[in-house]
Design a protein around this ligand. Structure first.
Ligand code: HEM
Length: 458
């Protein structure tokens, strides 16, 4: 068996503990000691090779899709999303499902979401009470959850929708801290001891979500006139090569995948963005000037294209990426990565955090400097918040549109402040990394630009 790159020699259990409890510190230590490539021993069955050199990332992201199996490396997500989730599929089944789910998250459809995003943001922000502190992550999650429910079901009201909202948030909160995240990483902790145990409670909530999704599926099957342009309608009308429709269980797992993947990540990114923008008033003022320059009725697509707003969103996703790594990928046959040969069945990943913290690409990597994205064009192997290749994030376009429109809507209309003048640290939240404490903010008041209306443009 060929030798894997060096890595920490501490016991596997301790490596996993560091990976769960202090992931970014652990990665920084490993990079300092072992350089661009190293091997972590995170489970009994697998050694995991982490890469952060753009050449290695390019080798991984441009390899033929058949070169890797990623679904079987993502088993950790099974309890959340189920067997038939896109996350867990490989080969032709993955390719087919991905092709089916892609159109609603691209091109023309994006424009129709812009209006909804601005409306939902306005509605949510109007509830913030002047002078009262609020948790930005939670407030952003309320917005992004409404957006993804709209995209997946095409609805934004009704009792089923109202029941789903808190249930989804509760399931995700089950992994909302490093301690609570442990249950995902240590299967021995996945014990269902009824409603009073965290795992048991999560399983109960998940069952309730399943029941609600099943009701929605049955209703739509029975009433084809309810079909619209939403993702569920598309999935309901899809047929495989044998003319067979997706089964109810397949539909349910795919909806759950989109609902979970589609809002938690974007909410975290938005909470970080609000933090950085309010930590550096000069960034906030420059952003406001840029947004104000579009006049009182800006076209959402013009907002999407604003260069400084884009730079701020990119720098937010660079400095503390929501996903520390891209999905793990098992090599299906021997493969060369950056001139070194790896055997079949090696587990590899692109380390997003370390790639984004390379001094040679991003001088002073721990400083928040949006201008670097104005001065320099980064390649898809240097700036990789959404991963790449045949697994690249399906919702990248929607996430970026949401980040920009939500930020622009809030900055245009409201005066917010950070409630505490101390640095917010990144902290594990399930398989993602989020701001510890969720970023506490205070609503100071409305800005005097009441005539501005994002939602009139379509
Ligand atoms: C800021 C927000 C987001 C971030 C940072 C993010 C990040 C990622 C990353 C790193 C991956 C793995 C890519 C790889 O391994 O190459 C991924 C996959 C995925 N994301 Fe996102 N994501 C975000 C928002 C969304 C949204 C809004 C959706 C909703 C549609 C979504 C749906 C997915 C799906 C379905 C996959 C699996 C793709 C596959 O297996 O083929 N994500 N995301």
């Amino acid at each position: 068996m060929s030798q894997l790159p060096d890595g920490p020699q501490i016991p596997r259990f301790l490596q996993l503990l560091k990976w769960v409890a202090t992931p970014y510190r652990f990665l920084d230590d490993c990079a300092q000691r072992y350089g661009d490539t190293f091997t972590l021993r995170l489970s009994r069955c697998n050694n995991f090779v982490f890469f952060s050199h753009p050449q290695a990332i390019q080798d991984i992201f441009t390899a033929d899709g058949k070169q890797f199996d990623s679904g079987r490396a993502s088993g950790i997500l099974r309890p959340l999303v189920g067997e038939n989730s896109l996350f867990l599929l490989d080969g032709d089944r993955h390719k087919r499902q991905r092709k089916l789910l892609m159109p609603p998250f691209h091109g023309e459809r994006m424009q129709s979401y812009a209006r909804t995003i601005a409306q939902i943001t306005e509605g949510a922000a109007s509830q913030w009470m002047q002078g009262n502190p609020f948790t930005a992550r939670r407030a952003m999650q309320d917005i992004t959850l409404q957006v993804i429910l709209h995209a997946v079901f095409g609805l934004s009201e009704g009792s089923r929708y109202q029941q789903l909202k808190p249930l989804l948030a509760e399931v995700l909160d089950t992994t909302g801290s490093p301690l609570r995240s442990s249950a995902l990483f240590f299967p021995a902790l996945q014990k269902d001891w009824g409603g009073w145990s965290p795992w048991g409670k999560m399983m109960q909530r998940k069952q309730q979500i399943h029941d609600l999704l099943q009701e929605e599926i049955s209703e739509r099957r029975a009433q084809p006139e309810l079909q619209g342009k939403d993702v569920l309608s598309l999935m309901l009308s899809a047929r495989d090569e044998n003319g067979q429709p997706m089964t109810d269980v397949e539909l349910r797992d795919e909806m759950l995948t989109l609902l979970f993947a589609g809002h938690e990540t974007t909410a975290t990114a938005l909470a970080w963005a609000l933090y950085w923008v309010h930590k550096f008033p000069q960034v906030r003022e420059k952003l406001r000037e840029e947004i104000d320059s579009l006049g009182d009725h800006p076209d959402p697509l013009a907002i999407y294209r604003l260069p400084y707003l884009s730079a701020v969103c990119n720098e937010t996703l660079r400095i503390y990426p929501v996903a520390p790594i891209a999905f793990g990928r098992f090599t299906n046959s021997p493969m060369e990565i950056m001139g070194r040969q790896y055997e079949a069945n090696t587990l590899v990943t692109a380390c997003i955090y370390l790639t984004h913290h390379r001094e040679d690409l991003y001088p002073e990597p721990n400083q928040f400097k949006p201008d670097r994205f104005i001065e320099h064009q980064y390649s898809p192997y240097e700036f990789i918040p959404f991963g790449g290749g045949n697994r690249r994030c399906l919702g990248a376009a929607l996430a970026q549109l949401e980040m920009k429109l939500v930020l622009a809507t809030i900055l245009s209309h409201y005066q917010l402040e950070l409630a505490e003048n101390k640095p917010v640290k990144p902290q594990r939240r399930g398989v993602t990394i989020a701001p510890a404490g969720g970023v506490q903010m205070v609503m100071k008041g409305k800005r005097q630009v009441a005539s501005r209306q994002f939602v009139t443009a379509s």
